[in-house]
Design a protein around this ligand. Sequence first.
Ligand code: ARG
Length: 301
Amino acid sequence: MMKKSILCLAAAVCTVSLAACGGNSATETTAAPTTAAEAADTTTAAEAENTEDNSAQAEDTESAEETQAEAGSEGGTLVMATNAEFPPYEYHDSAVTGPDGSDIVGIDVEIAAAIAEKMGKELVIEDVQFASIIPEILSGKADFGAAGMTVTEDRLVNVDFSDTYATAVQSIIVTADSEITGPDDLEGKLIGVQEGTTGDLYSTDDFGDDMVERYLKGVDAVQALLQGKVDVVIIDNEPAKVFVSENEGLKLLDAAYAEEEYAIAVKKGNTELLDQINSAIAELKESGKLDEITAKYITAE
Ligand code: ARG
């Protein structure tokens, strides 16, 4: 949008400058007026007469070339859909500026920034509800989803996944005084989850719809647990650790509920992007950069 208007403006000024200095017929034919230039016509011509024709021309040529270079295959944006309620993979931190200029940071954000850099594109982050990430990819609003997203058979019907870049487990959070000690005690308990996540899908499968309370954010499920509205929260281990450390009166059970792997999702059949993502992930793994990023956000215990 921005680039387009710069180009139009440059073309318009260029045309009127030539007209003002009464350029020869050859240059006039080369400078084919665009619709925007035509629209600029006589009203700006008077102003153009007062400008330094030569320098204006030189500048215009330069900016048009720049615009063309930027619009080439290397430029453009790469849109990542995520749900920035999932520390340390993606979350808001008002104290910092993330790679897209927003306050969204985390492991996935850094991986995505590295992919965008390798592709010569500008990273744009769309922060949506977790359950909207795959629809965003399918509609073409986002190029890919990076959200600590677990590879599952069901999701593979709609999207393709990159090579995996992390392993995770679904953890169980309970209140400090809870008698629940592991997955075997979950029967008959009210389970809080983030809507659309594997914690939601697995516990709905195992214990039935009635036993699962869905929240838009994991942190809301944790609040519900603190308020006694649910008996446990099932969520990925890394955000679980963060939420437990940030709230008194909670504990994380040692026994995991499920094991899984994270990958980046693209629209089914978008092999061109998938290949580029996979080669970026491979590079990040080989260079040790992935470990570095992970270590920055997750302190080994
Ligand atoms: N790993 C889980 C899943 O794929 C949870 C991911 C939640 N991610 C998020 N950014 N909120 O369903």
